[in-house]
Design a protein around this ligand. Structure first.
Ligand code: CTP
Length: 490
C-alpha cells in the first residue's frame, strides 16, 4: 500500500488532528486516514478550508460519540511561546518520578512545543498511557513490535521527526542501555536510532546513582554528546531515603530544553560571565557548620538565564539541593575561602554576578574532631574571624570584569544599605532585595521561596521591579546585563 507524507500542514490543522487522534486513541496518521476516507466516501464536504475541516472533524467526532475538540478550539488561539514549532519526543522511563513527566508535558506544550511520547513498559506501572495521551494530545507509543505503529510511523521516523529527545525520568536501566548500545525495546531503539540531540533527566535511588556502573555510563553518555539535567539532592519518594538522585523539577527540564533548542538571539555569545550562588558552609568541627537559608534558586536561575542568552557561564555554587543548571559549567565549593579562590581563578571575565549568601564570618580554627560536651565545662566559645568579601575583592581587582553586579540582602534600610554597598564593594549594579518577613513574599519569604521583588540600584538611580518569580527576575536581569555589555568592548 502506498504511503503519503503530508508536509506544511497549518499549525491549527495539525493541532486539531493531534487532539482528535488522542481522543480516539489513534496515531495522527491513522486519524488522517480515517478522515480522508470519510471525505472520499462523501461523508463530509470537500476538505479545502479550515472551517470545513473543523466541520468534518466535528461530524466525525460526534458520530463516534466523543466530545468535539474542533468546536471547543474554535476561536481560541493556540499556545505560542519559546518552544513554538518545536517537536519533542519524550521518553518516560519506569520510576516514581514518572508522575512528574505529566507536568513536564504540560509545561512543554504551554510553551508551544508538540510533544510525542514513548513509554517503557516499566513506566506504565507508574503512569497510564491514558493520562499521558490526554496531556500530550497524541497517540502514546509503547511497543516496538506494534504493527500499526510501525506501519504508521516506525521507530526511525519517531526518533528523527523530533527536534530533541528528552528522557525523563532517565532510569539507571535506560542510561545503561544507551551507554552500551542496546536496542531491546522501543525506548532504547528510538534512542540509538536518532540523529537528534538527547537530553536526559536522571532519577534513581542515590545508591544506584553513585554506583560505579552508573557513574561509568553517565561519563560515557556525556562523551557521546548526551546532555544531562540533574539529578538534584534531596528527599527521595521512598521513605527514609535522601541523597543525590532526585529528578530535576519540570521547569528545570524545560529550561534545559529551551537552552538546547533556543534559536533565538544570543546577545551574550562570546561573553564569559562568573556567577556565585547558594550559601557557604563554615565548619565548626567535622560534623557541624554555620550556614544560612539561601537555596541557590535565584543565583542558579540567573546562571541559566545568562546561558540561554549565549554566555559562557561559570557558576560557583555553595552547597545546595537543586540541580546544576543546564548549559552552565558549575564548580561546587563549601566555604567562603574556597568560593573566593574559585572565582579569582576564573578571572578575567566580561561580567560577574555575586548572588551567593556568603557567610560573613568563620570560626578561627575549626576543630579537627567533634567537639564533645564535657560535664562542668559549659558550652564552647567560638572565636570568629571575618571571611574575605568576594564581591569587594573582584570589584577592586586588577582584572576587574567590565560589569560587576552584586546583591544586597537586607532586612532594614534597603536602599541606603544597597547604595552603600555599591560604592564600598566597587559594583556597577546592586540588586537589592528585602529578605525580612515583612517583604510580603510568600510564607517562606525570599530566601528559599520561588518569588522575589527587587530594586536595581546604580549610580544612575533606583529602578523598582514588580514582584515576580525568581526565573522572571533572572531573565530580566540577564537582558539588562546583555544591554549593559553592549557598550563595553573587550
Ligand atoms: N558578598 C561576597 N562575599 C562576602 C559577603 C558578601 O561576595 N563575604 C557579596 C554577596 O554575594 C552580595 C553582596 O556581597 O552580592 C552583599 O551581600 P550581603 O550579605 O547583602 O552583604 P554583606 O557584605 O555581607 O554585608 P551585611 O551582611 O553587613 O549586610
Amino acid at each position: 500500500m502506498a504511503s503519503i507524507t503530508i508536509r506544511n500542514l497549518d499549525d491549527e490543522v495539525k493541532e486539531l488532528l493531534r487532539r482528535l487522534a488522542a481522543e480516539n486513541d489513534r496515531s495522527m496518521e491513522e486519524q488522517a486516514r480515517v478522515m480522508i476516507r470519510a471525505a472520499v466516501n462523501g461523508q463530509v464536504g470537500p476538505v479545502g478550508r479550515l472551517d470545513q475541516i473543523e466541520k468534518a472533524l466535528h461530524k466525525l467526532a460526534t458520530s463516534q460519540g466523543t466530545p468535539t475538540p474542533a468546536s471547543a478550539l474554535a476561536g481560541k488561539s493556540l499556545p505560542r511561546g519559546t518552544l513554538s514549532n518545536k517537536r519533542i519526543l519524550l521518553i518516560i522511563g519506569g520510576g516514581i518520578a514518572a508522575y512528574k513527566a505529566l507536568d513536564l508535558i504540560r509545561r512543554l506544550r504551554e510553551r508551544g512545543a508538540a510533544v510525542r511520547v514513548v513509554m517503557t513498559s516499566a513506566a506504565q506501572e507508574f503512569v497510564t498511557t491514558l493520562s499521558v495521551g490526554a496531556l500530550s494530545a497524541d497517540h502514546v507509543f509503547i511497543d516496538l513490535f506494534d504493527r500499526n505503529d510501525e506501519h504508521d510511523v516506525g521507530h526511525i521516523r519517531l526518533s528523527r521527526e523530533a527536534d530533541l529527545l528528552v528522557v525523563a525520568p532517565a532510569t539507571a536501566d535506560l542510561m545503561a542501555k544507551l551507554a552500551n548500545g542496546h536496542a531491546s525495546d522501543l525506548a532504547s531503539t528510538v534512542l540509538i536510532a536518532t540523529d537528534k540531540p538527547v537530553l536526559m533527566a536522571p532519577a534513581m535511588n542515590p545508591r544506584m546513582w553513585s554506583h560505579p556502573a552508573t557513574r561509568r555510563n553517565r561519563a560515557s553518555l556525556g562523551k557521546d554528546g548526551i546532555t544531562f539535567v540533574g539529578p538534584a539532592k534531596g528527599e527521595m519518594a521512598e521513605s527514609n531515603e535522601a541523597g543525590e538522585g532526585r529528578m530535576a523539577e519540570p521547569l528545570e527540564i524545560v529550561a534545559a530544553v529551551e537552552a538546547l533548542l533556543d534559536a533565538g538571539p544570543r546577545p551574550l555569545a562570546g561573553r564569559k560571565i562568573i556567577v556565585t550562588s547558594g550559601p557557604t558552609h563554615e565548619p565548626i568541627d567535622p560534623v557541624r557548620y554555620i550556614a544560612n537559608r539561601s537555596s541557590g534558586k535565584q543565583g542558579h536561575a540567573i546562571a541559566a538565564a545568562l546561558a540561554r542568552l549565549g554566555a559562557d557561564v561559570r557558576l560557583v555554587s555553595g552547597p545546595v539541593t537543586i540541580a546544576d543548571p543546564a548549559g552552565v559549567k558549575t564548580l561546587h565549593v563549601e566555604r567562603a575561602q574556597e568560593m573566593r579562590d574559585a572565582v579569582e581563578q576564573l578571572l578575567p571575565a566580561d561580567a560577574a554576578v555575586f548572588v551567593a549568601a556568603v557567610a560573613d564570618w568563620r570560626t578561627e580554627n575549626s576543630a579537627g574532631e567533634k567537639i564533645k560536651k564535657v560535664v562542668g565545662e559549659g558550652p564552647p566559645v567560638l572565636r570568629m574571624v571575618e571571611n574575605p568579601d568576594i564581591l569587594a575583592g573582584v570589584g577592586h581587582h586588577k582584572h576587574r570584569p567590565g560589569l560587576v553586579v552584586g546583591f544586597a540582602a537586607e532586612t532594614q534600610d534597603l536602599l541606603r544599605n544597597a547604595e552603600a554597598k555599591l560604592t564600598k564593594k566597587g559594583a556597577d549594579l546592586i540588586v537589592a532585595n528585602d529578605v525580612s518577613h515583612q517583604s510580603g513574599i510568600g510564607p517562606s519569604g525570599v530566601m528559599g521561596g520561588d518569588r522575589n521583588r527587587v530594586r536595581i540600584v546604580s549610580k544612575a538611580g533606583v529602578e523598582e521591579w514588580p514582584e515576580m518569580t525568581k526565573d522572571e527576575v533572572a531573565a530580566r536581569l540577564a537582558a539588562l546585563i546583555a544591554e549593559r555589555l553592549k557598550t563595553i568592548v573587550v
